[in-house]
Structure formats: structure tokens, C-alpha cells
Design a protein around this ligand. Structure first.
Ligand code: SF4
Ligand code: SF4
Length: 161
């Protein structure tokens, strides 16, 4: 797969959005002050145990861009995935970084088409829910494809070997 090369991390992130749409993880923790501020912007704040946070896909995501960029919480400001870090360190070219993002997007989209009913968004959240539910209508091959996609994401975006 060959993608249009990007020149900056911002450009890469604007073409990606996987850390905001629930593909990489499902929750961003918030401080009380951030929760209050983001509620003021119309976002829904959820609780996970004792922690407040944004359930992803984030309501602030428009297309693949954060509509609250200047107001985004600390958890969003500090997260930089391994693809972006390696690109910044020139260990990946802009084309290589975009290839990883495009392949992740393509794998997630393909997985979404195998769900019942098929879905184009919130695919990995639906997959995580299905994996946690023994009654979910997931065939063995779907479970295997889901694990492959999760391995790809973990390897490239979190640097897991
Ligand atoms: S997953 Fe990485 S490349 Fe994609 S938007 Fe987040 S930080 Fe940027
Ligand atoms: S606040 Fe912005 S950066 Fe944070 S998860 Fe939502 S869309 Fe992404």
C-alpha cells in the first residue's frame, strides 16, 4: 500500500484520528476541571470506576480532526503514538508513516464490514465489546482477524513487539 507522503506530524494526525475515534483505546481520563470545561463545550463526560473521562469515539472529533484542539485535555496533549514519534525522529519517512496509518484504517474498515450488522465507524469499540461477550456472534475467523488487527495496532502505534 502506498500513501501520499506527509511532511509534518500535524499533517499525519489530520489524516489519521485513530487515537480519538476509539480505534486505539476507548477512554481518555479527565481531571474535574477538564470535565467541567468540556461539558461546557457540549461533550458528554462519562465515568469509569472513580475516574471521569471521555468515552471514544470522542464527541469533539469532526471527521479526523479535533474541534477543540486548543481546549483538549492533558491526556490528549501528552499522547503521541509510536508512528508519530518515529516519524518525528526521522526513523520513518512521511510516506512510511502514512502507509502504516492507511493500513490500520484499511484493516479496521475491513473488520467493520465483517461485523453483524456491518459498520463503518466505532469498529474497534464494537470488536472490544464483542470480545468481552461470549454470546456475541463472532466466528473463530472473525476473532482471529480482530486479534491480528489489534496486534498490528499495538505493534505500530504503541511500539509493542
Ligand atoms: S494515532 Fe498517532 S498519528 Fe494518529 S492521530 Fe493519534 S497521534 Fe496522530
Ligand atoms: S478532545 Fe480532541 S484530541 Fe481529545 S479525544 Fe477528543 S477529539 Fe481527540
Amino acid at each position: 500500500m502506498t500513501s501520499r507522503p506527509v511532511k509534518t506530524v500535524s499533517e499525519l494526525c489530520l489524516a489519521c484520528g485513530l487515537c480519538c475515534d476509539g480505534s486505539l483505546f476507548g477512554f481518555v481520563a479527565l481531571s474535574d476541571e477538564e470535565a467541567e470545561r468540556l461539558r461546557g463545550h457540549g461533550l458528554t463526560v462519562d465515568a469509569k470506576g472513580e475516574r471521569l473521562g471521555l468515552r471514544l469515539r470522542c464527541g469533539g472529533l469532526q471527521g479526523r480532526c479535533c474541534s477543540l484542539y486548543g481546549e483538549r485535555p492533558q491526556g490528549c496533549r501528552t499522547f503521541v503514538c509510536t508512528v508519530a514519534r518515529r516519524f518525528e525522529a526521522q526513523a520513518l519517512t512521511g510516506e512510511e508513516a502514512m502507509n502504516v496509518v492507511s493500513e490500520a484504517q484499511a484493516r479496521i474498515a475491513a473488520l467493520g464490514q465483517r461485523l453483524d450488522p456491518p459498520r463503518a465507524s466505532d469498529v474497534m469499540q464494537a470488536v472490544r465489546d464483542g470480545q468481552a461477550d461470549p454470546q456475541a456472534p463472532f466466528s473463530d475467523s472473525l476473532r482471529e482477524e480482530a486479534r491480528d488487527t489489534q496486534r498490528f495496532v499495538a505493534q505500530h502505534f504503541f511500539g509493542w513487539s
